[in-house]
Design a protein around this ligand. Sequence first.
Ligand code: HEC
Length: 300
Amino acid sequence: MAAVAALAGPEAAGAVDWAKVQPKKVMLMYPAQTSWERLMTRERHSGARKYPDKTCFGCHGNIDEHPLGDGLAHAEKYKEPTPIAGKPGALDAQIKTAHDKDNLYVRLEFSTANEPDAGMDKDFDTKVTMMIDDGNVTEAGLAGCWVACHDDAASMSRGRENATKYLYDSLVENAGRTVKDQAALEAMRAAGKYLEYWQARLNPGAEAVAIDGTILEKRADNMTPVVQAEATRSLAGVWTVTFTRKLLAGAGYKDIVPGKTYTIGFSVHAGHTAKRFHYVSFERTLTLDVGKADFVAAAN
Ligand code: HEC
């Protein structure tokens, strides 16, 4: 079954005439240990005072934040205790979207030519991740990926080994880090109150490995991914990565339908990095065909 699905993917993505689709630039910034908790502390982040009246992108989206990323990549110890020598502070991706009657296609192009080898992830050179929400995780629409990023995740300031991303709503209110019981979590899942992610794991010259999964009380990969990924890397170090995702992928996946606005976010682990040592985008929006969104995926 899986083999058949994998074969169907590349043909489908190949059907999109990408030359006709206008790219949009998305800056992905190195966040160091900037967690949700730190961002919501007024003394640590002046943006906390105006959030959520203003969203993250509302403040950060309209200015050049490359210097902010550069600062964080080589920041004071309390922000970045283990800097990677020579790490660029940001990564610019050119992103295109399209769809046909069955699939959504998302294509990213970015360079990793100047990335030092951090030697953390021995298996993969680069990992590209896209997060998507359909409006059911309210705060994701205001803050994108950052809602899932907490200071007790592994490699963060109060990190616990193997702790992953999670949503605050998966915790019992006013009970520290106590996770809700299974029945409550199942009810949240049934109501779509989780984030979905797609990831392409890459090595130059090799087939992309695609995974997908969800974030609720933890990050959990799906057993058999629906998402497919293709990737090539040019000699100059430019990756072209295309995700193909069925619009209606069944239980455990968000339906991608016209008339709805989705929040999306991107991350790239470049130079054999792992965990928090990635580049992250601020929140963006996606619709199919029409609407006011950063990405309006047109029919192909
Ligand atoms: C009202 C405007 C505003 C909003 C809203 C805002 N920020 Fe900021 N942010 C700033 C400013 C200004 C700085 C510069 C340093 C400072 O004041 O903390 C900053 C700094 C940062 C930094 C660097 C932190 C550091 O320790 O150097 C990160 C990362 C960041 N913001 C991410 C976010 C995210 C994610 C959100 C949404 C949850 C957000 N910001 C919302 C204005 C804003």
